[in-house]
Design a protein around this ligand. Structure first.
Ligand SMILES: Cc1cc2nc3c(=O)[nH]c(=O)nc-3n(C[C@H](O)[C@H](O)[C@H](O)COP(=O)(O)O)c2cc1C
Length: 446
């Protein structure tokens, strides 16, 4: 492992040299035209392969409806030209909110979501014309062990986990969520999906990443006497049941899932880890799950890695950690290469499932060339930005119009958006977004 370092790459040649020095496989292609082509995700066309990843804004109204800040964020992404807009984590019930500002989709908040869809599509059409209709995915979630519906932790846990329990001071005798409660939550996902369809979304994502409830079931090796724990078939059950039921209830709606392809938490407390070498990644079960998901009707997926509350750098390679956070022992380019390698392994093993990867923001303006290399070699289906899109919502417009991203508009991977989310404050880019910049200077949240 190479020591951690900040971003210093000025060109593709610098990137190639650094990758060579670190012994990493980072594809790169100067011609990024492949990212601008129309593409199919789960059978639905998107105007290009430029995607916005889900980024929680913690700025919903207490009812769960999008606020004016939420609406602004999605109008900016849409006017910015992205062909695939993967909306942020939205709770399917109040006790599953990760913070009081998380979106919550119920009958009562449905009107606000319909408005979100309407304003997003209108902003895209106004800027790009009637033929440009981005694919809109809504991510549905229950925050499980990370629930904080009223601002204080209210964990709902699937199994005890010596790595994760201390993060929320969960005592060893805290009760586990019952199978009956999991089945009730499954039904809440299905209800919320039907609401998402009536709000006008093209797809719902059954969130199964980052240690939240559904992803915790995937790792529930130690949960005994349960339909949702123990052998793989039981651990995959909750996610697959939700996907199948959504397909039945809302046949016109596409279904997808955002998976942590590997939790990077040692076996048996993490998914996608090697039973014989507990700290090593093993994607055998992940590949099996992707095949089962495709059979159940989820034919495009988003892949992430790790559990950000535990080791944020796995999911989000960065220059600077959260204030007070540990500096990782690995170079951020190693983290980027891990993302690329995992996405490639899954995509190559399931070529008919469109795989959207992550982890490109650290590469700044070099990200599109790397993504073009990935897509051209069949290792992924899109160029997707999370933090990068928050900082630079019109990255797609610049790629479409000029063929490049501006380094001066790119995310600096400073972790301040993560800090805002951790503090349960309204999330924005305090480096690039004028509305948030001023507020940060004055020491207030806008
Ligand atoms: C402030 C913040 C909020 C996030 N919210 C979500 C979310 O709602 N759902 C999700 O799946 N991932 C979420 N993520 C993770 C991102 O989608 C993405 O996977 C991660 O930032 C790595 O991609 P990047 O390098 O392009 O930023 C969030 C990340 C940050 C920093």
């Amino acid at each position: 492992m190479a020591p951690h370092a900040g971003f210093q790459l000025r060109s593709a040649d610098d990137l190639r040299a650094e990758a060579g020095r670190l012994g990493l496989d980072i594809p790169y292609r100067d011609d990024i035209a492949i990212l601008l082509e129309t593409a199919s995700f789960g059978g639905r066309a998107a105007p290009n392969r430029l995607a916005v990843l889900p980024m929680e804004g913690a700025d919903a109204k207490s009812s769960g409806e999008p606020s004016s800040w939420t609406l602004r964020r999605y109008r900016r992404y849409a006017a910015g030209g992205a062909g695939l807009i993967w909306s942020e984590a939205t709770a399917v019930r109040r006790d599953g909110r990760s913070n009081p500002g998380q979106l919550l989709l119920t009958e009562a908040s449905l009107g606000g979501f319909a408005r979100l869809v309407e304003e997003t599509r209108a902003a895209a059409k106004k800027e790009w014309g009637p033929g440009h209709d981005p694919l809109l995915v809504l991510q549905l979630t229950h925050s499980g062990r990370f629930s904080r519906p009223d601002g204080t932790p209210r964990p709902l846990i699937v199994q005890h986990n010596p790595h994760l329990d201390p993060l929320r001071d969960i005592p060893p005798d805290a009760p586990l969520v019952s199978d009956g409660e999991l089945a009730a939550i499954r039904d809440d996902f299905v209800e919320a999906a039907a609401l998402a369809a009536s709000a006008g979304f093209d797809a719902v994502d059954i969130k199964a990443c980052h240690g939240y409830l559904v992803s915790e079931t995937l790792a529930a090796h130690d949960r005994e006497d349960s339909r949702y724990g123990g052998p793989f078939e039981n651990r995959a059950r909750l996610l697959l049941e939700i996907v199948r039921l959504v397909r039945e209830e809302a046949p016109g709606l596409l279904v997808t899932s955002r998976l942590s392809a590997t939790d990077l938490v040692p076996f048996p407390f993490g998914f996608g880890m090697d039973p014989d070498r507990p700290e090593r990644i093993d994607l055998g079960e992940t590949k099996a799950l992707v095949a089962l998901l495709a059979r159940a009707g989820a034919r495009f997926l988003s892949l992430s890695l790790g559990i950000p509350s535990w080791r944020p750098h796995f999911g989000r390679p960065f220059d600077k950690p959260l204030p007070g956070g540990a500096v990782p022992t690995e170079h951020p380019l190693e983290g980027v290469a891990r993302h690329l390698g995992v996405a490639a392994e899954i995509q190559l093993s399931s070529p008919r499932t469109a795989v959207v990867g992550a982890g490109y923001s650290w590469l700044r303006a070099l990200g599109p060339g790397v993504a073009a290399g990935m897509v051209a070699s069949g290792r992924s289906a899109a160029f997707a930005l999370g933090r990068g899109a928050l900082a630079y919502p019109d990255f797609a417009a610049d790629l479409i119009r000029t063929g490049r991203m501006s380094p001066r508009k790119a995310c600096t991977t400073c972790s301040l958006c993560s800090l805002l989310l951790r503090r349960q404050e309204r999330v924005g880019c305090v480096v690039r977004d004028p509305e948030y910049k001023g507020a940060a200077r004055e020491g207030r949240n806008p």
